[in-house]
Every structure is written in structure tokens, then in C-alpha cells.
Write a protein that binds this ligand. Structure first.
Ligand code: ATP
Length: 138
């Protein structure tokens, strides 16, 4: 799918579209430069999934866990990861195969640890407040 997000207030609609596109898939990887809006989009996605907890970038904790009616949601930000084995140490694989939603920012940091069948999402800045979201199942 490819969608133009021309303003922040369109995020709920696009989040809903992405969830229908993803169907049964639970693992999402988000590509996009700093400030592209990965965290902002994930907030909209979590809201759509019924999360009432505060959603924020797990830059320092690397993983945040939220509760939702659909089960736990694990939100990763691998930006500060030094090497891939650090991901193992924090139990990444257990989260990944838990069957719960895993939303991963900076998957570039774990190139060897991307499982088959994930929803690959790319956010591109087209203008100050405009973004293009592209998603495919890989
Ligand atoms: N259409 C849009 N979609 C998403 N974010 C937008 C949009 N328009 C403007 N923004 C703004 O872009 C900024 C994106 O910041 P955000 O922290 O979500 O980016 P990020 O990709 O997660 O960056 P980082 O990798 O540094 O965490 C926010 O200030 C947000 O308000």
C-alpha cells in the first residue's frame, strides 16, 4: 500500500488502513530518517489498537511494553544498539515469537534478526508536515 499523509490529523485513518493491510501479521518494521515520524505514526497505531498507556520513544530503554485489548504491544527503538547481540540480551527473540504486536524502529541495526513475514513500513518526508507511507509484507 502507498498513502500520502498530508497532515497529522490523517494519521488515525492511515493507521487503520495499515492494520487492515497487515491483516494477521504482528511484526512491523519502520524505516525512515530521524524526524520522519516513526514514533508519531506508532502512537496513532497504538491508539487504534486501543492502547491507553502513554506511547513514547523507547530510545533509552530500547523496548517499551503497552497493554491493549489485542494483548501486549512491544515497541522497540534500536537506534542506540551497539551490536545485534545486545538485542538477544534484552530478549528480542522471545518478544518476536510471542505472537504479540512488535513495532520496531531502526531495524537497520538488526539486519540479521529480521524474521520472514513482517510488515515493512517506510515513511518519507515529502514536505514539512507531509509524509508518504509505503507498506509491503516481506
Ligand atoms: N504527516 C506527519 N506524520 C508524522 N509526523 C509528522 C507529520 N507531519 C509532521 N510530523 C512531525 O514530524 C515529527 C516526527 O517526529 P518523530 O519523533 O515521530 O520521528 P521519528 O521518525 O520517530 O524520529 P526518531 O528516529 O528521531 O525517533 C513530529 O514532530 C511530528 O509532529
Amino acid at each position: 500500500m502507498k498513502q500520502l499523509i498530508s497532515a497529522i490529523d490523517e494519521l488515525p485513518r492511515v493507521a487503520e488502513q495499515l492494520l487492515s493491510f497487515a491483516n494477521e501479521e504482528r511484526v512491523f518494521i519502520f524505516y525512515g530518517e530521524m524526524g520522519a515520524g516513526k514514533t508519531t505514526f506508532i502512537k496513532a497505531l497504538c491508539k487504534r489498537l486501543g492502547v491507553t498507556d502513554t506511547v513514547s520513544s523507547p530510545t533509552f530503554s530500547i523496548v517499551n511494553e503497552y497493554e491493549s485489548p489485542a494483548g501486549s504491544i512491544y515497541h522497540f527503538d534500536f537506534y542506540r544498539l551497539k551490536n545485534q547481540s545486545e538485542a538477544f540480551d534484552l530478549g528480542y527473540e522471545d518478544y518476536l515469537y510471542s505472537g504479540q504486536y512488535c513495532l520496531i524502529e531502526w531495524p537497520e541495526k538488526i539486519p540479521d534478526l529480521i524474521p520472514p513475514r513482517v510488515v515493512k513500513v517506510e515513511l518519507e518526508v515529502t514536505d514539512d508536515d507531509k509524509r508518504t507511507l509505503t507498506a509491503e509484507i516481506i
